[in-house]
Design a binder for this molecule. Structure first.
Ligand code: ADP
Ligand code: MG
Length: 242
């Protein structure tokens, strides 16, 4: 059974239809990369999965639970589906440790000692054990994003959604973050990653999904999509960005 299954997903803002029936799934332990031009609906698709946006139609199942049901427990959902944002979205007034432990305390209702131990372990997993007491402004962009990943990982979600996690970083910091993601995959984490890092998608993804105009135009193994794209829209996108 897929960990994440999206079928016929639609989203409109007023009369503008941004998602026009998106179908995609992520199996347990898979790293699926989503590529596609700016404005194709990639962020909107991710944000619908944890209800940062309300879908206009279609279904999303996460670990077998219907995300689009009126009965959904949104707190539960956001523990099951982690999210890593392009702009990190850390609290500037909290240390790295407190950024990671916040939801463990407030949402999972763990004791301070337990939350801090889990947060410290998550920071160590991303190579930032020594930066637990640093504030975001004292960290590089790459380190801030690794805190963002630790925050997602600490909740032990079923799947983590990444929205262009390296797009805000200076080029020399990109590889550190990609390495953390490669390491997570080795550990069996299920991940859906929107990215413009084509070399990463080609080498690390189990499957690649190409979106354009609010639909999935083509998907397949990384080798299928990058080396033998079938659709002309995929071919011209890859000719420009690949
Ligand atoms: P991508 O992440 O692929 O660049 P987005 O999902 O951010 O694409 O956006 C898809 C389209 O939806 C764009 O045309 C964008 O302008 C529009 N859009 C996104 N969010 C909103 C919003 N809150 N209100 C109106 N239009 C939006
Ligand atoms: Mg986007």
């Amino acid at each position: 059974m897929p960990i994440l299954e999206i079928s016929g997903l639609r989203k409109s803002y007023g009369s503008t239809e941004v998602l026009r029936g998106v179908d995609l799934h992520v199996n347990a332990g898979e790293l699926v990369c989503v590529i596609g031009p700016s404005g194709s609906g990639k962020s909107t698709m991710l944000r619908c999965c944890n209800l940062l946006e309300t879908p206009s139609g279609g279904r999303i199942f996460a670990n077998g639970h219907d995300v689009t049901s009126a009965m959904v427990d949104i707190n539960r959902l956001r523990q099951d589906i982690g999210m890593v944002f392009q702009q990190f979205n850390l609290y500037p007034h909290l240390t790295a440790l407190d950024n990671v432990s916040l939801a463990l305390r407030k949402v999972q209702r763990r004791t301070n000692a337990e939350a801090e131990a889990l947060a410290q372990a998550a920071l160590e997993q991303v190579g930032l054990g020594a930066k637990a007491r640093s504030f975001p402004a004292e960290l590089s962009g790459g380190q801030q994003q690794r805190v963002g990943i630790a925050r997602a990982v600490a909740l032990k979600p079923h799947v983590i959604l990444f929205d262009e996690p390296t797009s805000a970083l200076d080029p020399e910091l990109v590889e550190d973050v990609l390495n953390v993601m490669r390491d997570l995959r080795q550990r069996g984490m299920t991940m859906l990653v929107v990215t413009h890092e084509m070399a990463f998608a080609h080498a690390a993804a189990d499957r690649v999904v190409f979106m354009d105009g609010g639909v999935v135009v083509e998907q397949g193994t990384a080798a299928d999509v990058f080396e033998n794209p079938r659709e002309t829209r995929t071919q011209s996108f890859l000719a420009r960005y690949g």
